[in-house]
Design a protein. Structure first.
Length: 166
């Protein structure tokens, strides 16, 4: 199986912003069918004044990751196989003077707190090995997308209801 990683136009647009980039590579381990899991990592979020200003102003920043598996077909359009998505929400809590990082996946929510921007920046540089790979032999590629946005008041209310189990 031949597997490559491709960046879609939406991801490239996000990468064009100063300091923010999405990095993708293949994990070194291999499955019996020759497939390898993708590893994605974002970098430079806190180097971008737009996102840092929003965070310091009390607006949470949402990073939405999506990794897709596509099957290459000669003479035909490529065939979408599957995808996985997760969110990372960062917010500043001024009363506590700390930063909260929420990782939201299909398995649940993980919350971590950081006292400094440097510690938060190190945590944001975490690489995610995504457990999604082709189930059959063939030629496949991954498309990795990162969308960054600030959360509005209604988005924040919806997130809080979700975290409370509503």
């Amino acid at each position: 199986a031949a597997i490559a990683i491709a960046a879609r136009p939406a991801a490239l647009a996000a990468q064009g912003r100063p300091g923010v980039r999405l990095e993708a590579r293949l994990a070194p381990d291999s499955a019996a069918n020759g497939g390898r899991n993708p590893v994605v990592r974002s970098a430079g979020l806190l180097n971008d004044d737009r996102w840092l200003t929003a965070l310091r102003s009390g607006l949470p920043v949402r990073m939405h990751y999506r990794v897709e598996v596509w099957r290459s077909r000669e003479g035909w359009f490529d065939l979408f196989d599957r995808q996985t998505e997760w969110d990372v929400v960062v917010r500043h809590e001024p009363l506590l003077d700390q930063y909260t990082l929420l990782t939201i996946t299909g398995r649940g929510v993980q919350e971590r707190r950081y006292a400094t921007l440097d510690a938060l920046n190190a945590a944001l540089g975490f690489s995610y090995q995504v457990n999604i790979r082709p189930a059959r032999r063939g030629e496949y590629y991954y498309a990795a997308v990162l969308e960054i946005s600030t959360l509005s008041d209604s988005d924040l209310d919806e997130l809080e209801r979700f975290l409370e189990g509503d």
